[in-house]
Write a protein that binds this ligand. Structure first.
Ligand code: PEP
Ligand code: MG
Length: 567
């Protein structure tokens, strides 16, 4: 079986098949209601186990509030008004388990929403959550036995929150039928250092009868139940990779500079406080992108100011003065958060996403800004706005941020200085107006994942257009080059926090274009620093001139390949 390499590496483990859930809205007759009851009880057992593990790990990470939500969901499994009622529907109406779960959940949700009690209204989202879990686990027949050990997840597609959840278990690899190279699922896999292949057509069907699988995301192959020789070759690879990691150790705490001593920085992209220690351990010089939306996932209502403050403060303090670039909520696109009520959209990546949503939901935006500003007392916190496409949006957001700050100061919370407010440059509109934005923003961070998808009008999650979604295309390189030029002209820093920042072949171009910092996944920090150290700034500038004159990505790749050969 073949596919597209999304996160390079190899893994060999049991298969954990994750099937898509089907929601039945019409009754489906069950020939054997007793068997359905057994399926329900098994699903409830697996669900309870999952929630318990997840709640423990959240508690260990200091996220008490989120853990309590999961405990509430566990209680529903013992509740006669919920799980008891589901069993009753199967018995009395002689229907399949899936229908009973959906019917009972829909009724329970409606009852909660009809109450004049905000807390209970919000619990409706918990019912949605537990319904999803019960449905998913109804189809897992005995898989838990396999997933107790290390595993490779095989699915048509996974949501970002599913990846976060799986990462709490011993997840060694991910194989997806769908998915583009910069989907958020892939981004998370990269930050957890989990090898991943996408676009593997027919994987769930073909692997459904295999026990173990060898995921070779180096050669781009997937081997079900590999032979002894293939397993031996895999173990040799593991040893060699350990050797490579050891060689990179020397670059952990080295100053980041080119061979001709131009100073740069290597930051990391993170999603939670638990990653701060790993970042420091790997020699990260700061957080170039905190994807705060992950904090809004895995829960059924928006986090309070205090809950957010706790998380941001912990990261800021842990970084001991190093920069923390906190990106405000980038919900929408492929990051769906049910309780925020964005709803179904025909083109979610072109829709109600990130700053567009936040500017119309001031209460959500203000709460996040308040938490970020309060956390800035504990470190070097900068605020970054995602998906900006017009100057008007940027100004509105900046005004709101300043208003929140003034109110905080007036209320005597503390004397918070003006925030440094930068922006992601990730829409073609922002790239084209970089000269104007550079006069208003305190810094730029180029989101090459989105900038590429929007420049080429090619969905970043669609494997069929993955060839268009390439940072080697001259159009994208010209755009990045212009953004860097405008940043330099106006004396502001420019970083890259999209995945292209850690592509080895492209790093000489980022150096030559004058990028200040590359924000990359934690496992890549040392490799990126080593690559920068091999670059000569002056030569890289010449290389940029040569590259910007080319017409195709093949030509770009060819020149960069030759360049690498000279190192
Ligand atoms: C990007 O678009 O490059 C980026 C870093 O943001 P995200 O991947 O979260 O959209
Ligand atoms: Mg983006």
């Amino acid at each position: 079986m073949k596919g597209i390499i999304a996160v390079s590496g190899k893994a060999y483990a049991d298969i954990c098949l994750i099937r898509e859930t089907i929601v039945y809205t019409e009754p489906v007759h069950a020939d054997d209601p007793e068997a359905e009851t057994e399926r329900l009880n098994a699903s409830s057992g697996i669900t309870d186990g999952e929630l318990s593990v997840l709640a423990d790990s959240l508690r260990d990470g200091g996220r008490e509030e989120q853990a309590d939500i999961l405990e509430f969901q566990r209680m529903l499994l013992l509740d006669d008004n919920y799980f008891g009622k589901i069993l009753g529907i199967v018995r009395d109406e002689q229907v399949i388990a899936e229908y009973a779960v959906s019917k009972c959940s829909a009724e329970y949700r409606e009852e909660l929403l009809a109450l004049d009690n905000e807390y209970l209204n919000e619990r409706a989202a918990d019912i949605k959550d537990i319904e999803q879990r019960l449905l998913k686990n109804l189809n897992r027949n005995g898989e838990e036995k396999k997933t107790a050990s290390s595993m490779i997840a095989v699915a048509v597609d996974l949501t970002p929150s599913e990846v976060v959840e799986l990462s709490h278990r011993d997840l060694k690899g991910i194989i997806l039928e769908k998915g583009g190279l910069s989907s958020h699922c892939v981004i998370l896999a990269r930050s957890f250092g989990i090898p991943c292949m996408v676009g593997v057509t027919g994987a769930t069907e073909e692997l459904s009868h295999a026990g173990k699988v060898l995921l070779d995301a180096v050669e781009g192959r997937i081997i079900a139940d590999p032979s002894d020789e293939e397993v031996t070759a895999y173990h040799e690879y593991v040893q060699q990779a350990a050797g490579e990691r050891e060689a990179l150790e020397a670059f952990k705490h080295m100053r980041t500079e080119t061979a001709d001593h131009r100073k740069m920085g290597v930051y990391a992209n993170i999603t939670s406080p638990e990653e701060t220690a790993a970042l420091l351990d790997n020699g990260g010089e700061g957080v170039g992108l905190l994807r705060t939306e992950m904090l809004y996932m895995e829960r059924s209502s928006a986090p309070s100011v205090d809950a957010q403050y706790k998380v941001y403060e912990e990261i800021a303090r842990g970084l001991e003065g190093r920069p923390l670039i906190l990106r405000t909520l980038d919900v929408g696109g492929d990051k769906k958060i049910a309780y925020l009520g964005i709803g179904e959209e025909e083109n979610p990546f072109l829709g109600y996403r990130a700053i567009r949503y936040c500017l119309e939901h001031e209460e959500i935006f203000r709460a996040q800004i308040e938490a970020a500003l309060r956390a800035s007392a504990s470190g070097n916190v900068k605020i970054m706005l995602p998906m900006i496409s017009t100057i008007t949006e940027f100004r509105k957001a900046k005004t709101l941020i300043e208003d929140v700050r003034e109110k905080l100061v007036a209320s005597g919370v503390s004397d918070i200085p003006k925030a440094s407010v930068g922006m992601m440059v990730e829409t073609p509109a922002a790239a084209l107006m970089a000269d104007r934005f550079a006069k208003e923003a305190d810094f730029f961070s180029i989101g090459t994942n989105d900038l590429t998808q929007y420049t080429f009008a090619a969905d970043r999650n669609n494997e069929k257009v993955a060839h268009l979604n390439s940072c080697f295309e001259p159009a994208l390189l010209r755009s990045v080059s212009n953004i860097c030029k405008q940043a330099a002209k106006n004396g502001i820093e420019v970083d890259i926090c999209g995945q292209a920042g850690e592509v080895d072949e492209l790093i000489p171009l980022w150096v030559g274009m004058g990028v200040d910092n590359l924000s990359v996944s934690i496992p890549s920090i040392t490799r990126v620093r080593r690559t920068i150290s091999r670059c000569d700034y002056k030569k890289c500038k010449e290389l940029v001139d040569e590259i910007l004159d080319l017409s195709t990505q093949d030509e770009v790749r060819e020149v960069l390949r030759k360049e690498r050969g000279e190192w």
